[in-house]
Design a protein around this ligand. Structure first.
Ligand SMILES: *[C@@H]1O[C@H](CO)[C@@H](O)[C@H](O)[C@H]1NC(C)=O
Length: 337
């Protein structure tokens, strides 16, 4: 590291701990817990790196246009992040939170959430993880990406959005080794990228899912899991094939694929659901299978309630043009020595 930045780091480390509210205009490094009682504003080009804190409570608003890192690098400790229910989090920069210990809780139950930047919630080898960005006003704009990444499949479901309220996603939401349960309207024309060992679970319950929101099964182990009730419009599903699955909570009585419209229709008891998987599928390779093991909370693996396609994803299947490839976790800054 450059000598100036080391000095800057050291000076700021002494100057700001503990703090009430914080306006970050340069690179600031803190080790251990910081009292974040008030509003936090991080300017473009500036960064705040909190290292080795196992508990942080955001008492005020967070407006990040720079970089905000919280990293609990200790493998034995639990990370617990929470926020005041009146808080507003607006991010246009980079937020990266990482836990490597026994458990992690990212529990942001706030008033308003708006992202046009990049957010990473990372856990490495944590068996117990709670993820929640719960806000009645919830928006991920076109350039925004929200990335829930874990190195091991976790059995809890993540909660993005407020139960029964709408979320607007015009950007990108990426899951790796995660299950996200959504209960509410999903608006916008962005993309939900269901990555390795991940599930997007939509519990419709009378809510609406925008038929221009792309649900991208980006790996062989990706699953879209939809609750028992259908919706009027088809779900737009990209990447179906290679053994990934569209699963329902009820046994599927019959299914049909229309080669001219690209619509897969499933019938479960009294509900009919439609999935716009696109063109080019060979009907003989679409099959009904028992639901796979989706983690402890979801699915009954004895029911014939999932559909897979054994062939490769056809070229003319649903386009991923609204999807941006999910990025790997960012590198954390080096600690001053
Ligand atoms: C989806 O996009 C098409 C084409 O842009 C548009 O005509 C239609 O109204 C959109 N549907 C919804 C539900 O927004």
């Amino acid at each position: 590291m450059h000598i100036n930045s080391i000095l800057k780091f050291i000076l700021s480390a002494f100057a700001v701990a503990p703090v009430i509210g914080q306006h970050i205009t340069t690179d600031v490094y803190n080790e251990g817990k910081v009292d974040i009682g008030g509003d936090v504003a991080i300017d473009p080009g500036a960064s705040w790196y909190i290292y080795g804190s196992s508990r942080e409570f955001f008492g005020g608003n967070i407006a990040n246009s720079g970089s905000f890192y919280i990293n609990l690098d200790y493998t034995c400790s639990a990370l617990d992040l929470a926020a005041n229910s009146n808080s507003v989090i607006v991010n246009s920069g980079l937020i990266a939170f990482r836990a490597r210990g026994s458990s992690a809780s990212y529990n942001l139950n706030i008033q308003r959430f708006e992202n046009s930047g990049q957010i990473y919630f990372i856990t490495e080898n944590s068996p117990v993880v709670i993820y929640s960005i719960d806000a009645p006003i919830w928006k991920n704009t076109k350039d925004g990406s929200i990335n829930l990444y874990s190195t091991k499949r976790i059995s809890q479901t993540a909660n993005l959005g407020n139960i029964g309220k709408a979320i607007i996603n015009d950007g990108q939401i990426c899951l790796r080794n995660h299950a996200w349960l959504a209960i509410g309207d999903v608006q916008g024309e962005g993309c939900i990228d269901i990555g390795i060992n991940s599930v997007f679970w939509y519990q419709r319950g009378g809510h609406q899912f925008n038929s221009n929101q792309t649900i991208y099964l980006s790996t062989k182990s990706s699953t879209l899991y939809v609750g028992s009730k259908g919706q009027d419009k088809p779900y737009l599903v990209a990447g179906f094939g290679g053994g990934n699955a569209i699963a329902l909570s009820k046994m599927i009585k019959s299914f049909d694929y229309d080669t001219t419209s690209g619509i897969l229709t499933t019938v479960t008891g009294s509900y009919t659901m439609q999935f716009n998987i696109g063109m080019g599928y060979d009907r003989s390779q679409i099959s009904l299978v028992p639901s796979r093991d989706l983690g402890t909370a979801i699915g009954d693996s004895t029911l014939y309630s999932a559909i897979t396609y054994t062939g490769a994803v056809p070229d003319r299947s649903t386009s991923t043009k609204h999807c941006v490839p999910c990025k790997d976790s960012p590198k954390f800054p080096s600690r001053p020595t």
